[in-house]
Structures are given as C-alpha cells and as structure tokens.
Design a protein around this ligand. Sequence first.
Ligand SMILES: Nc1ncnc2c1ncn2[C@@H]1O[C@H](COP(=O)(O)OP(=O)(O)O)[C@@H](O)[C@H]1O
Ligand SMILES: [Mg+2]
Length: 327
Amino acid sequence: MERGEIFGLLGPNGAGKTTLISILTSQIRGQHGEVAVLTEDPKNGARLRRRIGLAAHDLRLSDYLTGFEALKLHGRLYGVNSKNLEDRVNEVLRTVGLYEKRNGLVRTYSEGMRRRLNIALAIVHDPEIVFLDEPTIGLDPYGRRQVWRIVWDLKTKGKTVLLTTHYMEEAEFLCDRIALVDRGTIAAIGTPTELKARLGPGKIIEIGVECTPALAEDLSQSLPDGRVHSQGGLSISTENPEAVLPRLLKRFVSDPGYGGARIVVREPSLEDVFLELTGRSLQEHPRISEDDPQKEHNRRFWRPLANHFHGKTDPNSTGEPRTVASP
Ligand SMILES: Nc1ncnc2c1ncn2[C@@H]1O[C@H](COP(=O)(O)OP(=O)(O)O)[C@@H](O)[C@H]1O
Ligand SMILES: [Mg+2]
C-alpha cells in the first residue's frame, strides 16, 4: 500500500480478508512470510498500535456508554493527551456525523450510527493507517454513502485506509487500488481501471437461463469466440460480440424450450475480472450467520468484566482467556 491511498481488499466471504487485517494489526501472527506496517513489524504491537486504527466488523461497543463516553474512553486508552481529549472527541463526533447524538446511549443508536461510532473509535487517536473491515456490510444505500463520505474525508486528511468489502461497486467507487483476494491469496492488484483492462476490449453477454454443466460445455464447444462462465448464472465474455450474439439469439430466443430468454450485453465489471481470474463469483458464499455480534461480544467481553468487578464468577463464562487484542 502507498501512503495516503484508499486500498481495498475485495473477495468473497472466507477469502482471508479479516485474517490478513488481524495479522497487519498485530492480533494474530502469520505462519509464513514477512509483514511490515509503517515499516514496523506487527510483532512490536504496542508501538505500532498507537499509529494504526481498526474498526473490526464485529462491533466492539458498550451499550451502556454514550457515544461521547465511549470515544473518551478509547481516546484515554490510546494515549490522547488528556488536555485535548474532549476537543478531539467532539471533532471526531462531527467527522462521523454523531455530534448531535453524542449524549445518547449507544444502545439507542441505529445500525448505521453504530457503524459510524465504530469508525470514530478507530480514528480518535489520529492514526496514520485506518483498517476498516467490511464497514458497510448490511447497511442501506444511505448508510453506506455516509460511511463512504467518512472514508473520503480520511483520505483528504492524508490518512491511509485499508478496507475490505465483498461489494464490487463499493470497491470501484471508493478505492484507489484494489487487491482481489481469493482463498488466502491475492489474485491481482491494480486500480479499478487496470483490473478491468485485464479482460481486454470485450463485452459481457448475460443470458437469463438456468445453466447446467451440459449447457455450459455445449456452449464452450460451439462458441469459439467466447468464454463461458456458469457461476452465478450464465454469462459469456467475448471480444467479438457481433459474431457471438446472433448464435445466442438463435439458440435461446428462437428455441421454444428457452421461451425467449433475456439477453443483456454490458461492459465488464470487477466481478467479471474476479470470475475470469479465479473461476468464482464474489457472491458465492452467502453469509448465513444468525448470530448477533453485539450479543456475542457482550457475552464474551462485558459480562465477564462486570462480574469480575463484582467478585462473581460467571456460570456461563466461555472459559477462554479474555485478552483484548483489538488495537
Ligand atoms: N492465507 C491463508 N492461508 C490459510 N488459511 C487462511 C488464510 N487466510 C485465511 N484463512 C482461513 O480462511 C478462513 C476465512 O478467513 P477470513 O479471514 O475470515 O475471511 P473473510 O474475512 O475474507 O471472509 C479462516 O478460517 C482463516 O483461518
Ligand atoms: Mg471477514
């Protein structure tokens, strides 16, 4: 990553985005390879953590603090000068659009507000690099745009941002450069334009039919000018749509078996680049977790802590050592 850029990790669920962030932010160690963040080895965690900020996608918020209090607490923990602390907290609250709501309890915040507070916690100590793990997942388009505005604002202040997403429009909109991540490896790195240029001057033809392996095989044989993709629906990438399209029309529109299937010709997207390089779709693994991350976090973090202060042991304690590794 270059200083001052917005760098995106784009890949489906399970690609290894969170794992990479955990390594870069000194929460876990990789088994191989070398890592340098701001020229430091994340092994020197304590020193590095003052210079980086992390908004993990499981929100680490206490329901029973106000937004203002939560930020003040974080600011203290990260060594913000106590003379300037309240000014800094108010400045950050304004940056993320929560100043009006600063005295409301976090539990009364909407999902979008919680996400923005989570980002505020990551930046209160004015870090040089900000790591945002899926900052917009599950937000509506308005909430998403508010987060984008915060990210752009960080860039104008000279910060470096690394964010993960599995929304290709988001990566394309926000990021100066993108790494396409698949199964723990980087399939390609470049600007959105560079990545799309990898597909050559071609077009994508989408056909709205169920794609069986037999149909994909048959089309691959009969369309020498096109590459057939059957992941997440049938699509064909081709540099020669003029030749391919008539054959497809004949095949799908004239054949009563397909009943006039919908056919669309469009420009390639990052999703197509990903598909071409990895053979997989970005949306291949839908997130099916039913768990409420806040509840889980309360159970693992705040409840044992409260019980500890009240001299009780928690009968439902997970029994895991409770190390707070979040930088
Ligand atoms: N480079 C890697 N090599 C081997 N396993 C990995 C690697 N990166 C991630 N994993 C494993 O893949 C799984 C999913 O990774 P995760 O980082 O949660 O994906 P994502 O955040 O992209 O959804 C985890 O079990 C993780 O341990
Ligand atoms: Mg993840």
